[in-house]
Design a protein around this ligand. Structure first.
Ligand SMILES: NC(=O)c1ccc[n+]([C@@H]2O[C@H](COP(=O)([O-])OP(=O)(O)OC[C@H]3O[C@@H](n4cnc5c(N)ncnc54)[C@H](OP(=O)(O)O)[C@@H]3O)[C@@H](O)[C@H]2O)c1
Length: 230
Protein backbone atom coordinates (compact mmCIF):
# COMPACT_ATOMS: atom_id res chain seq x y z
CA UNK A 1 0.00 0.00 0.00
CA UNK A 2 1.27 3.52 -0.82
CA UNK A 3 1.94 5.73 2.18
CA UNK A 4 1.73 9.45 2.65
CA UNK A 5 2.61 11.53 5.70
CA UNK A 6 0.86 14.64 7.00
CA UNK A 7 2.42 17.34 9.16
CA UNK A 8 -0.72 19.24 10.08
CA UNK A 9 -4.07 17.53 10.48
CA UNK A 10 -6.45 20.49 10.59
CA UNK A 11 -8.96 21.55 7.93
CA UNK A 12 -6.81 20.80 4.89
CA UNK A 13 -4.78 17.95 6.42
CA UNK A 14 -7.80 15.96 7.58
CA UNK A 15 -9.73 16.59 4.33
CA UNK A 16 -6.83 15.54 2.12
CA UNK A 17 -6.11 12.54 4.37
CA UNK A 18 -9.69 11.37 3.82
CA UNK A 19 -9.29 11.70 0.05
CA UNK A 20 -5.97 9.83 0.19
CA UNK A 21 -7.54 6.96 2.11
CA UNK A 22 -10.39 6.80 -0.42
CA UNK A 23 -7.69 6.52 -3.10
CA UNK A 24 -6.07 3.56 -1.31
CA UNK A 25 -3.25 5.27 0.59
CA UNK A 26 -2.14 4.59 4.13
CA UNK A 27 -1.86 7.93 5.95
CA UNK A 28 0.38 8.96 8.84
CA UNK A 29 -1.08 12.01 10.57
CA UNK A 30 0.71 14.39 12.91
CA UNK A 31 0.07 17.75 14.50
CA UNK A 32 1.53 20.11 17.11
CA UNK A 33 -0.24 18.71 20.18
CA UNK A 34 0.80 15.08 19.69
CA UNK A 35 -0.72 11.75 18.57
CA UNK A 36 -3.19 11.43 21.48
CA UNK A 37 -5.01 14.56 20.29
CA UNK A 38 -5.65 12.85 16.92
CA UNK A 39 -7.36 9.73 18.28
CA UNK A 40 -10.88 10.81 17.30
CA UNK A 41 -9.83 11.72 13.76
CA UNK A 42 -7.92 8.47 13.32
CA UNK A 43 -10.93 6.48 14.55
CA UNK A 44 -13.16 8.31 12.05
CA UNK A 45 -10.72 7.70 9.19
CA UNK A 46 -10.39 3.97 9.95
CA UNK A 47 -7.57 1.42 9.84
CA UNK A 48 -5.61 3.11 7.01
CA UNK A 49 -4.90 6.09 9.29
CA UNK A 50 -2.52 6.33 12.21
CA UNK A 51 -1.42 9.14 14.52
CA UNK A 52 2.31 9.77 14.85
CA UNK A 53 4.76 12.56 15.63
CA UNK A 54 5.92 15.00 12.91
CA UNK A 55 9.34 13.29 12.47
CA UNK A 56 7.53 9.95 12.06
CA UNK A 57 5.08 11.47 9.55
CA UNK A 58 8.12 12.46 7.47
CA UNK A 59 9.02 8.79 6.84
CA UNK A 60 7.15 8.23 3.52
CA UNK A 61 8.57 9.54 0.22
CA UNK A 62 5.60 11.92 -0.04
CA UNK A 63 4.71 14.22 2.87
CA UNK A 64 2.08 16.97 3.04
CA UNK A 65 3.07 20.03 5.07
CA UNK A 66 -0.15 21.81 5.95
CA UNK A 67 0.49 24.04 8.94
CA UNK A 68 0.18 27.79 9.42
CA UNK A 69 3.08 29.53 7.64
CA UNK A 70 4.44 30.83 10.96
CA UNK A 71 5.05 27.20 12.04
CA UNK A 72 7.44 26.19 9.24
CA UNK A 73 10.48 26.87 11.41
CA UNK A 74 9.44 23.93 13.60
CA UNK A 75 9.35 21.31 10.84
CA UNK A 76 11.61 18.23 11.13
CA UNK A 77 14.17 19.27 8.53
CA UNK A 78 16.42 16.24 8.85
CA UNK A 79 13.65 13.67 8.51
CA UNK A 80 12.15 15.54 5.52
CA UNK A 81 15.46 15.59 3.60
CA UNK A 82 15.17 13.75 0.29
CA UNK A 83 11.37 13.72 0.49
CA UNK A 84 8.80 15.26 -1.83
CA UNK A 85 6.91 17.80 0.26
CA UNK A 86 3.46 18.97 -0.78
CA UNK A 87 3.07 22.55 0.41
CA UNK A 88 -0.49 23.81 0.96
CA UNK A 89 0.56 26.89 2.90
CA UNK A 90 -0.58 30.46 2.41
CA UNK A 91 0.41 33.79 3.88
CA UNK A 92 -2.06 35.56 6.15
CA UNK A 93 -0.27 38.47 7.87
CA UNK A 94 -2.86 38.60 10.69
CA UNK A 95 -2.05 34.99 11.53
CA UNK A 96 1.59 34.68 10.44
CA UNK A 97 2.96 38.17 11.17
CA UNK A 98 4.38 40.47 8.51
CA UNK A 99 6.99 38.88 6.24
CA UNK A 100 8.63 41.72 4.25
CA UNK A 101 9.87 39.59 1.33
CA UNK A 102 6.35 38.30 0.76
CA UNK A 103 4.84 41.78 1.11
CA UNK A 104 7.30 43.07 -1.51
CA UNK A 105 6.71 39.98 -3.72
CA UNK A 106 10.43 39.28 -3.80
CA UNK A 107 9.68 35.73 -2.72
CA UNK A 108 6.83 33.25 -2.38
CA UNK A 109 5.60 31.14 0.53
CA UNK A 110 6.91 27.97 -1.13
CA UNK A 111 10.34 29.48 -1.65
CA UNK A 112 10.42 30.22 2.08
CA UNK A 113 9.50 26.60 2.80
CA UNK A 114 12.10 25.32 0.30
CA UNK A 115 14.75 27.47 1.99
CA UNK A 116 13.66 26.08 5.37
CA UNK A 117 13.89 22.50 3.97
CA UNK A 118 16.90 22.66 1.63
CA UNK A 119 17.17 18.86 1.29
CA UNK A 120 13.49 18.39 0.35
CA UNK A 121 11.67 18.79 -2.96
CA UNK A 122 8.84 21.22 -2.33
CA UNK A 123 5.78 21.23 -4.62
CA UNK A 124 2.95 23.68 -3.95
CA UNK A 125 -0.56 22.40 -4.70
CA UNK A 126 -3.92 22.03 -2.85
CA UNK A 127 -3.22 25.54 -1.56
CA UNK A 128 -5.77 27.57 -3.55
CA UNK A 129 -8.93 25.68 -2.67
CA UNK A 130 -11.02 25.97 0.50
CA UNK A 131 -11.07 22.69 2.44
CA UNK A 132 -14.87 22.37 2.11
CA UNK A 133 -14.51 22.56 -1.67
CA UNK A 134 -11.51 20.24 -1.65
CA UNK A 135 -13.73 17.63 -0.05
CA UNK A 136 -16.54 18.09 -2.57
CA UNK A 137 -14.66 18.37 -5.87
CA UNK A 138 -12.82 15.08 -6.51
CA UNK A 139 -13.91 13.30 -9.70
CA UNK A 140 -12.55 10.30 -11.62
CA UNK A 141 -10.07 10.87 -14.46
CA UNK A 142 -11.74 12.03 -17.70
CA UNK A 143 -14.92 13.12 -15.91
CA UNK A 144 -15.90 16.40 -17.60
CA UNK A 145 -16.63 17.83 -14.13
CA UNK A 146 -13.09 17.19 -12.91
CA UNK A 147 -11.32 20.23 -11.45
CA UNK A 148 -7.78 21.40 -12.09
CA UNK A 149 -5.44 22.69 -9.39
CA UNK A 150 -2.36 24.81 -10.17
CA UNK A 151 1.00 23.42 -9.08
CA UNK A 152 4.55 24.80 -8.88
CA UNK A 153 7.86 23.17 -8.03
CA UNK A 154 11.54 23.21 -8.94
CA UNK A 155 11.98 19.44 -9.31
CA UNK A 156 10.41 17.61 -12.27
CA UNK A 157 10.40 14.16 -10.63
CA UNK A 158 8.76 15.53 -7.50
CA UNK A 159 6.10 17.25 -9.62
CA UNK A 160 5.45 13.94 -11.41
CA UNK A 161 4.95 12.17 -8.06
CA UNK A 162 2.60 14.88 -6.85
CA UNK A 163 0.67 14.86 -10.13
CA UNK A 164 0.16 11.12 -9.66
CA UNK A 165 -1.12 11.69 -6.11
CA UNK A 166 -3.47 14.50 -7.17
CA UNK A 167 -4.80 12.30 -9.97
CA UNK A 168 -5.37 9.44 -7.53
CA UNK A 169 -7.41 11.67 -5.18
CA UNK A 170 -9.50 13.13 -8.02
CA UNK A 171 -7.84 16.23 -9.48
CA UNK A 172 -5.95 17.29 -12.59
CA UNK A 173 -3.04 19.66 -12.11
CA UNK A 174 -1.75 22.54 -14.18
CA UNK A 175 2.02 22.97 -14.00
CA UNK A 176 2.57 26.70 -13.60
CA UNK A 177 6.39 26.50 -13.39
CA UNK A 178 8.95 26.89 -10.63
CA UNK A 179 8.33 27.81 -6.99
CA UNK A 180 8.93 31.46 -7.78
CA UNK A 181 5.69 31.44 -9.80
CA UNK A 182 3.67 30.40 -6.75
CA UNK A 183 2.46 33.98 -6.23
CA UNK A 184 0.15 33.44 -9.21
CA UNK A 185 -2.29 31.49 -7.06
CA UNK A 186 -1.59 32.86 -3.62
CA UNK A 187 -4.03 34.74 -1.40
CA UNK A 188 -5.60 37.68 -3.25
CA UNK A 189 -4.90 36.50 -6.82
CA UNK A 190 -7.79 35.64 -9.20
CA UNK A 191 -6.98 31.88 -9.09
CA UNK A 192 -7.16 31.83 -5.27
CA UNK A 193 -10.15 29.85 -3.93
CA UNK A 194 -12.98 31.78 -5.64
CA UNK A 195 -12.87 29.78 -8.94
CA UNK A 196 -14.04 26.70 -7.03
CA UNK A 197 -17.00 28.40 -5.32
CA UNK A 198 -20.53 28.02 -6.67
CA UNK A 199 -21.27 31.51 -5.32
CA UNK A 200 -17.97 33.47 -5.33
CA UNK A 201 -19.68 36.67 -4.18
CA UNK A 202 -21.13 34.99 -1.07
CA UNK A 203 -17.76 33.46 -0.36
CA UNK A 204 -15.93 36.76 -0.75
CA UNK A 205 -18.29 38.33 1.79
CA UNK A 206 -18.36 35.46 4.28
CA UNK A 207 -16.53 35.60 7.59
CA UNK A 208 -14.86 32.93 9.70
CA UNK A 209 -17.24 30.24 10.93
CA UNK A 210 -19.79 30.89 8.21
CA UNK A 211 -21.92 28.06 6.88
CA UNK A 212 -20.54 25.48 4.45
CA UNK A 213 -20.38 26.68 0.89
CA UNK A 214 -21.13 24.76 -2.24
CA UNK A 215 -18.31 24.00 -4.66
CA UNK A 216 -18.19 24.41 -8.43
CA UNK A 217 -15.79 22.46 -10.64
CA UNK A 218 -13.12 24.56 -12.35
CA UNK A 219 -11.73 23.23 -15.61
CA UNK A 220 -8.15 23.51 -16.82
CA UNK A 221 -8.90 26.38 -19.28
CA UNK A 222 -10.57 28.41 -16.52
CA UNK A 223 -7.64 28.01 -14.13
CA UNK A 224 -5.09 28.61 -16.93
CA UNK A 225 -6.79 31.90 -17.90
CA UNK A 226 -6.88 33.09 -14.26
CA UNK A 227 -3.24 32.14 -13.71
CA UNK A 228 -2.32 34.10 -16.83
CA UNK A 229 -4.08 37.18 -15.38
CA UNK A 230 -1.85 36.70 -12.29
N1 LIG B 1 -8.49 26.11 5.52
C1 LIG B 1 -8.47 26.14 4.19
O1 LIG B 1 -9.52 26.03 3.54
C2 LIG B 1 -7.15 26.28 3.47
C3 LIG B 1 -7.16 26.19 2.08
C4 LIG B 1 -5.96 26.22 1.37
C5 LIG B 1 -4.75 26.36 2.07
N2 LIG B 1 -4.77 26.51 3.42
C6 LIG B 1 -3.46 26.68 4.10
O2 LIG B 1 -3.03 25.39 4.54
C7 LIG B 1 -2.38 25.50 5.83
C8 LIG B 1 -3.18 24.71 6.84
O3 LIG B 1 -4.48 25.29 6.93
P1 LIG B 1 -5.64 24.63 7.81
O4 LIG B 1 -6.84 25.47 7.58
O5 LIG B 1 -5.69 23.16 7.61
O6 LIG B 1 -5.08 24.95 9.28
P2 LIG B 1 -5.67 24.45 10.66
O7 LIG B 1 -7.02 23.88 10.50
O8 LIG B 1 -5.45 25.55 11.63
O9 LIG B 1 -4.67 23.26 11.02
C9 LIG B 1 -3.30 23.49 11.20
C10 LIG B 1 -2.64 22.19 11.58
O10 LIG B 1 -1.24 22.44 11.70
C11 LIG B 1 -0.80 21.84 12.92
N3 LIG B 1 0.40 22.52 13.39
C12 LIG B 1 0.54 23.81 13.79
N4 LIG B 1 1.81 24.03 14.15
C13 LIG B 1 2.48 22.86 14.00
C14 LIG B 1 3.80 22.44 14.24
N5 LIG B 1 4.72 23.29 14.70
N6 LIG B 1 4.12 21.15 13.98
C15 LIG B 1 3.20 20.28 13.49
N7 LIG B 1 1.92 20.62 13.25
C16 LIG B 1 1.57 21.89 13.50
C17 LIG B 1 -1.97 22.03 13.86
O11 LIG B 1 -1.81 21.18 14.97
P3 LIG B 1 -2.61 21.48 16.35
O12 LIG B 1 -4.06 21.32 16.01
O13 LIG B 1 -2.09 20.45 17.27
O14 LIG B 1 -2.28 22.89 16.72
C18 LIG B 1 -3.11 21.62 12.92
O15 LIG B 1 -3.19 20.21 12.82
C19 LIG B 1 -2.33 27.00 6.13
O16 LIG B 1 -1.11 27.53 5.70
C20 LIG B 1 -3.49 27.57 5.33
O17 LIG B 1 -3.30 28.93 5.00
C21 LIG B 1 -5.93 26.45 4.13
Amino acid sequence: MKRIGFIGAGHIGSTLARLAINAGYEVLLSNRRGPDSLSQLVTELGPAASAVTPPEAAAPDLVVVTVPLHAIDQLPEEELAGKTVIDTNNYYPDRDGRIPELDSRESTTSELLQRRLPGSKVVKVFSNVVYLHLGQLPRPANDPQRSTLPMVGDDAEAKALVTEFADAVGFDVLDVGELHQGWRFENGRPAYCLPYAADPEAMRNSGPGSRPMEAKPAAREVIAALIERG
